[in-house]
Design a protein around this ligand. Sequence first.
Ligand SMILES: *[C@@H]1O[C@H](CO)[C@@H](O)[C@H](O)[C@H]1NC(C)=O
Ligand SMILES: *[C@@H]1O[C@H](CO)[C@@H](O)[C@H](O)[C@H]1NC(C)=O
Ligand SMILES: *[C@@H]1O[C@H](CO)[C@@H](O)[C@H](O)[C@H]1NC(C)=O
Length: 508
Amino acid sequence: MGELSGQECDAVLLNSFVIKKQRCRVYFHRGVLIWESEGAPYSRVTLPLKDVVGVEYEHPSELSAYTNEVVCQGESPEEHTSFTLHYVVHAKHNKLRLSEVTLTHADPRQVGSWVKTIRNFINELTYRPKSLLLFVNPFGGKKRGQKIYEKKVKPLLARAGIDTKVIITKYQNHAYETILNYSFEGVDGVACIGGDGTLAEVFNALVRHAAKEKGVDIDDPNAELPQPSVRVGVIPGGSTDAVAYTLHGTSDVQTAVLHIILGESSGLDICSVHNESSLLRYYASMLSYGYLGDVCKSSENYRWMGPKRYGYSGFRKILANRGYLSEVSLLANDDSPAVGTKCYKNCSKCLDDSSDVEKSSADWKTVKGKFFMVSGLSLACACPKVPNGLSPFCHIGDGCIDVVLVKHTSIINILRLLLCLSSKTGNILNLPFVEAHRAQEFSLQATPDPKLELLDPGAPDAQTSVWNCDGELLQGTTIRIRVRRQLVRMFSQRMEEEEIEPSCFVCK
Ligand SMILES: *[C@@H]1O[C@H](CO)[C@@H](O)[C@H](O)[C@H]1NC(C)=O
Ligand SMILES: *[C@@H]1O[C@H](CO)[C@@H](O)[C@H](O)[C@H]1NC(C)=O
Ligand SMILES: *[C@@H]1O[C@H](CO)[C@@H](O)[C@H](O)[C@H]1NC(C)=O
């Protein structure tokens, strides 16, 4: 340790501190803090300041001070001989955790100078949000939204010094209506504690807000949409958290909050759904006709059952095993969704703009048939119950939707499909009765079933299904879907690759 390395030479700060009762040399150099022990046992820790959430003086008599803002008010830094850094560590299974280290020095002026330098550095990370609008849905999922906020979200946001305006939603579409009329001046992001439905309210309103400002006609499916000015954070608190799970690789709340605080963003594709005359909705995870549409429709009757309702009505719909005649048109290229790489941090498909070139070679094709389910997936739709997702190689920001067509088949095959979905490595796209296309656009036209028409004339409801759009019910027998590449920027560094599990025997 005697020789001077280049790193030491242009270090911004260099000093000796006591860390965990051990003398350490501490360098601060190009945004990285390094401390190494001066004697045995030797240890060395490297901490990039982009992972630091906050720094504070440690008051000798208030070592546990979570309330440091109050404690330190009006005190001069000269009185402090210690400071604590709160920083993010990457734990297993994509979880982010907050850790801390306290550095002590006999000279309070040294401590003051380090704290000031580190604070200045963090303040200059301009991509971090300084002010947030946060919606808390107290009714979603297990009705824990408000508790999650108080216990896990509020203390972290305060620690990071983010100025947060909190709105507890009182009714469905409360977040949606608030955003439509909101002035976002001085606001860096909108976040929500809720499920995919709450998040959908947020981006539906943000996209409309941005289109209105630019005078874009959203009912025109060919119109190009402007990107909303603020970024979006999602904190799981609903019955389905597909978007949060896909972005962060976990439904963990603390992880989601830390992704917001650290401020890096990832572009999320948004799909617009139109009928012949109007925009119906924007979605970010899945639009599904047939089985999941029916489940969505009938589970409205079982709302009182809470999150379990999907299981109950789902089972009834499987037994019914209905098929729906439809014609699906797709603007697709030859890229098969059944094979490829998964979408992780630094995904080349999502970073690569040249995939736009590939798209110009796309052609319209038509598939007619009787389907158990037709789904347009904007992301893999993995969740703890469907660990590999409905379309494992679907990408969040490549400007494409994976259109998955499950043909009407035997009930044994449908049970095979469900087993495959619940397995960690299952890929339903390999099943013989499943067909998949990677498309930029698709449309579906429900066609009346001539056999049913004879049995039950004039009952079109019995012959067509409805749409499940990010968990909400949507009506329409002819709809058109178009993907908007990375229209919304989400606070997330994305999930990292996990180790590979043994393969699945069901989906062969
Ligand atoms: C939104 O603002 C407009 C005018 O600025 C007002 O007429 C309308 O009632 C507002 N809507 C809501 C939901 O507050
Ligand atoms: C399309 O949707 C709009 C809005 O929901 C509705 O008013 C209109 O009647 C629908 N058009 C058709 C042809 O279904
Ligand atoms: C992602 O890219 C960044 C910047 O190029 C790099 O520092 C980081 O190691 C990459 N992460 C992964 C998981 O590939």
